[in-house]
Design a protein around this ligand. Structure first.
Ligand SMILES: N=C(N)NCCCC(=O)O
Ligand SMILES: [Zn+2]
Ligand SMILES: [Zn+2]
Length: 326
């Protein structure tokens, strides 16, 4: 596709002309959605962290990821693709969720996701705490039916309630299973580790249909083998990937609210994602980046590269579907 093509996607600001540290930050220096009218992939922030059980601050995560993403470049050699040329990727700004009323916030996020998905876009959401995965999954399931879920996290996030609250960052996937919006034949956690409340946590989780690849499994078996196994389980089902940045070791992601020792490296995470490039990824999120605990943007850089790989997967599939129709 030539750059003079009227219909060619509008890509990022050229960092050889405008220094990459200049100007306001959009994801990867891409155009805003209102500048291009429509997008194949909408990158959207959800600055909401009222659902956390420990350190707050993930409400600032989306903008920290945008800032760190200034250094992303347009060609992704690991997937041999130029994601922003294959499809229109644009920054859709933030969803304004009520920080004082979780129920209202969850409704607002779902409605905003309905609007974006209704335009035909796939969503690349930048959190926000993990509570936001529930309304995002509700919206995705309205469009695709129950979806396969790959959940990268130190935590199960299938707990029942905290202090009697049903919507928290530790409970989104139990709610999602209860609501029937997940395809329970293809649910996996990846990167789990650390202490639980009791063995029952694991029994409950298994009953809901989840398979578990712990961070130690990733270390022992390697990223390629793990990706192969996940790909087989997912098949061609519509897939949602939810990435809690605390799936990474605190050495790779200190800027998060509930850190656990013994996590994956950022290299392992990125390699597993690249191994899933053939999956039918309908939308994704990266959550739990809390910049107040970050150092030298370690966490925000890891999150920006994570979102870049996910965006690349979606862009390649959008382009392949378009080519198949032509
Ligand atoms: N989703 C994240 N990051 N953490 C859940 C931890 C819930 C707990 O404090 O037990
Ligand atoms: Zn977590
Ligand atoms: Zn989580």
């Amino acid at each position: 596709m030539s750059s003079s093509d009227q219909n060619a996607p509008r890509g990022p600001i050229d960092s050889s002309r405008v220094p990459r540290y200049a100007g306001p930050a959009t994801f990867a220096r891409l155009p805003r959605l209102d500048e291009v009218g429509r997008a194949d992939v909408a990158v959207v922030g959800v600055p909401f962290d009222t659902g956390v059980s420990y350190r707050p601050g993930a409400r600032f995560g989306g903008n920290a990821i945008r800032e760190a993403s200034r250094l992303l470049r347009p060609y992704n050699p690991a997937q041999d693709a130029s994601p922003f040329a294959l499809a229109q990727v644009a920054d859709a700004g933030d969803i304004a969720a009520n920080p004082f009323d979780i129920h209202e916030a969850v409704e607002t996020i779902e409605a905003a996701a309905d609007d974006l998905l209704g335009t035909g876009a796939r969503m690349m959401t930048l959190g926000g705490d993990h509570t936001i995965a529930l309304p995002l999954l509700r919206s995705v399931a309205k469009k695709h039916g129950p979806v396969a879920l790959l959940h990268f996290d130190a935590h199960l996030d299938t707990w029942d309630t905290y202090f009697g609250a049903e919507y928290t960052h530790g409970t989104p996937f139990r709610r999602a299973v209860e609501e029937g919006i997940l395809d329970t034949s293809a649910l996996s956690h990846v990167g789990t580790r650390g202490p639980l409340y009791g063995k029952q946590d694991l029994t409950d989780d298994e009953k809901m249909g989840f398979g578990i690849v712990t961070s130690a499994d990733v270390y022992r078996r390697g990223a390629d083998e793990v990706a192969d196994q996940l790909r087989q389980r997912i098949g061609d089902r519509p897939l949602y990937i939810s990435i809690d940045i605390d799936c990474l070791d605190p050495a790779h992601a200190p800027g998060t609210g509930t850190p656990e020792a013994g996590g994956m490296t950022s290299r392992e995470l990125l390699e597993i994602l690249r191994g899933l490039s053939s999956c039918n990824l309908v939308s994704a999120d990266v959550v739990e980046v809390a910049p107040a605990y970050d150092h030298a943007e370690i966490t925000a850089v890891a999150a920006s590269h994570t979102a870049y790989e996910l965006t690349t997967i979606m862009s390649r599939q959008i382009a392949a579907a378009r080519d198949a129709r032509a």
